[in-house]
Design a protein around this ligand. Structure first.
Ligand SMILES: [Zn+2]
Length: 290
């Protein structure tokens, strides 16, 4: 990254934060509340990965959720979506992707301490091995820990076997990845696996149809642009709000409000404009940097 790119990225981040702040203030002003937030975490430890949150930050966030929100399981959300059952306002669900050992080591004790349910999506080919997160090798969960958590308010979902970009493999491979990982988890925990999360949040119509045909209750395309929750549309493509090392505590609070949905809409429209004008393509690069 050149110096001018670094400066541009910094201003871009500043502009992004300012937009979030304005949207947050509008939320407060008009008393608009987000019905359901589904949070996405990866690693909870001490490392330099962007997708990491330190145990200290995580505890502050969990304490805030405990005191200000209704943290519910994915099963409860599922009931809400399937049967139109009412959930309390300000419902939040906590999810983790990949299956890092530090989630057992650092997050699980805190979830127990505050009595919060969660869901972990396991990449079965990496169980008991190491997996890179932002180029940093991290130890992965073993079946003993997965089973223990599954018996203590942590639901287990599948995140494929080898963590491929499912848009880049043929449909037969995608099917094997999802089906076999689910079977392996079920055999190890002795429970039905109802949830699927797509690696890198990559999904398309074919994948959604495939997952639906396999009888999953929920599937996540974690980083797709539709970050807002609509129970009547595409219930298999629910979007999550990612929490990583770049999310300061004030931003964590903002990300639990409607501001996140409004921002996503602005982002979608902005990206349409950017793609119409090739000279704006640099903006896309800035997005990757911040
Ligand atoms: Zn992943």
């Amino acid at each position: 990254m050149t110096v001018s790119e670094k400066i541009a990225a910094r201003y871009f981040l500043l502009a992004k934060n300012l937009i979030y702040l304005v949207l947050y203030l509008l939320c407060r002003l008009f008393r608009r509340q987000k019905k359901v937030s589904i949070l996405l975490y990866h690693s909870i430890g001490i490392n330099n990965a962007k997708a990491n949150v330190t145990p200290e930050q995580f505890e502050i966030q969990m304490e805030y959720l405990k005191n200000n929100y209704n943290v519910v399981s994915l099963d409860k959300i599922m009931k809400f979506v399937k049967e139109g059952k009412s959930l309390p306002n300000k419902s939040v669900t906590i999810t983790f992707d990949d299956g890092y050992y530090n989630v057992y080591q650092n997050a699980y004790p805190l979830l127990k301490k505050y009595g919060l349910p969660a869901t972990i999506f396991i990449t079965t080919g990496y169980v008991q091995k190491q997996m890179p997160l932002n180029q940093i090798q991290l130890r992965m969960l073993g079946w003993n820990e997965i089973k223990e958590m599954s018996n203590n308010a942590v639901a287990i979902g599948t995140h494929t076997i080898t963590h491929p970009n499912l848009e880049q493999v043929d449909l037969e491979t995608a099917k094997e990845e999802i089906l076999r990982s689910r079977e392996e988890i079920q055999a190890n925990i002795g429970k039905e696996v109802k949830y699927f999360s797509s690696p890198y949040g990559k999904d398309n119509e074919d994948i959604v149809n495939l997952v639906r045909s396999m009888g999953f209750d929920y599937a996540f395309g974690s980083l797709s642009s539709k970050r807002f929750f609509r129970r009547e549309v595409n219930r298999l493509i629910l979007n999550r709000t990612e929490i990583d090392s770049s999310v300061a505590f004030w931003m964590f609070k903002v990300k639990l409000t409607k501001a996140v949905d409004w921002y996503a809409k602005i982002e979608q429209n902005a990206s349409k404009i950017v793609h119409k004008f090739p000279f704006l393509s640099k903006v896309d690069l800035l997005y990757d940097m911040v």
